[in-house]
Design a binder for this molecule. Structure first.
Ligand SMILES: [Mg+2]
Length: 363
């Protein structure tokens, strides 16, 4: 199955409403970089990555100028070989960062193509452990005060969620504690409640915050500090007493090795759209397995649904708030806290091209 054509598109998509977190401030839009790889057997694989509003043009350029020459006329089924070629091609300016975003979009398209060729859904192709995956509502909601958060939580429970995550990291810790208390009160004592600080704190601040949250039976505390401070992350886990999740800002398997072994995190959280695609996401999942750890996900839940369904050590699937599903014809549905991976070949994501067109960024 030889690659005939690589087509890249770049979109700037609006969010349904402004969303805030502790480090990146207010989000009003996000970028989607979409790759279509057409093979000589007539099948087309679709892959994509996203940003929080910046960097998309550079990612597009990396794919068009540097990765496409590697891909054209190559055997699309030799994904490992193509992955290593792409990694080495971008190594000097890469080893993560934008290079991993660009490789992600390509790698996802190659896996989609393989699924279509073999007429198998990705979740079965990659392992086929369990078709249904527990999902949580991943709020981007630092702007909401306690009563508004309670209202958002009630709406999420009505939608069928049985696990909730909110943002923390306000200037005044007392406000965060009140917000967490309001959500716990709303969901009762038994439902998982996750908190996400988006790297807001120093290690000392994070330990102090974790101790204040301890009364609310927190399932995990996500990114309490910068991802690069592995020793600090370990201290937060040990002294703060809460399980730590991290990974959306780690872009290599080596960074995950360090954060698992030295950072002592409890929930590795790779994002298939920035870790180098499905090939590298599965490596992280196996690394976590060897350390007896569950894996969760970040963003693009329509793709992570397949990956978490494939593996035996899956934790919760994040249902992300950016709302990419508004541009997808057949988004996965939630039922009683679970999402079911689809049975169609590949990842099965069908974009609404007409709807996307309005937001295309010219090349
Ligand atoms: Mg996060």
């Amino acid at each position: 199955m030889l690659i005939q054509c690589v087509d890249v598109k770049h979109y700037l998509l609006p969010l349904s409403h402004p969303m805030t977190d502790a480090t990146h401030g207010v989000h009003t839009n996000f970028e989607l970089v979409l790759v279509r790889i057409k093979s000589d057997c007539g099948l087309t694989g679709i892959g994509y990555t996203y940003t929080i509003g910046r960097g998309g043009a550079a990612i597009r350029s990396l794919i068009e100028r540097d990765l496409t020459p590697i891909l054209l006329h190559a055997d699309a089924q030799r994904i490992e070989a193509l992955w290593e070629k792409m990694w080495r091609c971008l190594h000097y300016i890469g080893r993560g960062g934008l290079a991993s975003f660009a490789m992600s979009a390509v790698d996802i398209a190659l896996w989609d193509l393989r699924g279509k060729k073999e007429a198998a859904p990705l979740w079965k192709l990659l392992g086929g452990y369990s078709q249904a995956v527990p999902a949580y509502a991943g709020g981007i909601d630092l702007q909401l005060d306690a009563p508004e958060l309670a209202e958002q939580t009630r709406r999420n429970l009505e939608k069928g969620f049985r696990a909730i995550k909110i943002k923390v990291g306000r200037e005044i810790l007392r406000e965060d504690v009140a917000r967490v208390a309001a959500v716990r009160d709303c969901i009762g004592p038994d439902m998982p409640l996750m908190l996400d600080a988006n790297m807001r704190w120093t290690v000392e601040q994070a330990v102090r915050a974790a101790k204040h949250f301890a009364d609310f039976d927190i399932f995990w505390l996500e990114e309490p500090t910068i991802p690069d401070d592995y020793a600090g992350m370990a201290r937060i886990a040990q002294e703060g007493g809460l399980p730590i999740a991290a990974g959306e800002n780690l872009h290599t398997i080596y960074e995950f090795r360090h954060t698992i072994e030295s950072g002592k995190i409890a929930f590795p959280e790779p994002d298939v759209s920035n870790i180098g695609g499905i090939s590298n996401w599965m490596r992280v999942a196996k690394l976590a397995y060897a350390h007896n750890l569950p894996v969760t996900s970040h963003g693009v839940h329509e793709l992570h649904l397949h990956l978490l369904a494939a593996i035996p050590n899956a934790s919760y699937l994040e249902v992300h708030s950016f709302g990419l599903e508004r541009f997808i014809k057949n988004p996965p549905r939630l039922q009683a806290g679970l999402m079911r991976a689809p049975d169609c070949p590949g990842h099965g994501v069908e974009f609404d091209w007409e709807k996307l067109q309005e937001f295309e960024v010219p090349g």
